[in-house]
Design a protein around this ligand. Structure first.
Ligand code: SF4
Ligand code: SF4
Length: 194
């Protein structure tokens, strides 16, 4: 393992400063929203907000953008007063066991080979992260989490592709794209669209 680039980050330990819950916006999947809704009773429009490409650096992930009436948008965890709405005053996550998969893996960015062996480990630097290096990240758990994260995002992106196809058909027929509320309904997050 010591020849693996970035293997030292297996000693990463989050100090719980809360910075990453205040600064970068976190893209969500419909599964994330469903999990948080079950935990909190919050509606999808409270849990998530839609943002355009200027609010989030995801130009290399066009598949994550849904065509909505106001333009191409990404669903992200809602921020209020400059912080995730689920961050407590003590900088602790109030929905910890139900938090999005992206929150669970951040800021680690591992690469594994087909035999589940770690090939590289880096730290995403989206905000100041005052971590310590006295932790013990379990490689198998990290692999499992990454697989889960990818599977959720792939499934969600497939739904976005279906949605966008419908919106393109509407456009060709001279009709406006549907609303965010209708997108939530399409994802099965609400009973119906108004
Ligand atoms: S859901 Fe929890 S861990 Fe994720 S950004 Fe919000 S407060 Fe932070
Ligand atoms: S910024 Fe780094 S140290 Fe602070 S809460 Fe996030 S992961 Fe932990």
């Amino acid at each position: 393992m010591k020849n693996v680039p970035g293997a030292r980050y297996l000693n990463f330990r989050c100090t719980g400063c809360g910075n990453c819950c205040k600064d970068p916006l976190l893209p969500l999947t419909d599964d994330d929203i469903r999990r948080i809704a079950k935990r909190t009773g919050d509606t999808p429009d409270v849990i998530a907000q839609v943002v355009d490409r200027h609010a989030i650096h995801m130009d290399d992930e066009p598949e994550a953008f849904a065509m909505l009436r106001q333009g191409k948008r990404v669903l992200v965890l809602r921020h209020e007063h400059g912080r995730c709405r689920y961050l407590g005053d003590d900088n602790r996550c109030t929905i910890y066991t139900s938090r999005p998969l992206g929150c669970r893996i951040y800021p680690l960015d591992p690469e594994f080979n087909s035999k589940k062996k770690l090939r590289r480990l880096t730290i995403v630097q989206a905000t100041e992260c005052p971590y310590e290096m006295d932790g013990a990240v379990d490689v198998d758990s990290l692999h499992e989490l990454q697989q889960r994260y990818w599977a959720a995002h792939e499934a969600y992106n497939t739904k976005i592709a279906e949605w966008n196809q419908v919106q393109r058909r509407r456009k060709r027929a001279g009709r406006a794209a549907q609303t965010a509320r209708e997108f939530f309904s399409f994802l099965g997050l609400t009973d119906g669209a108004k």
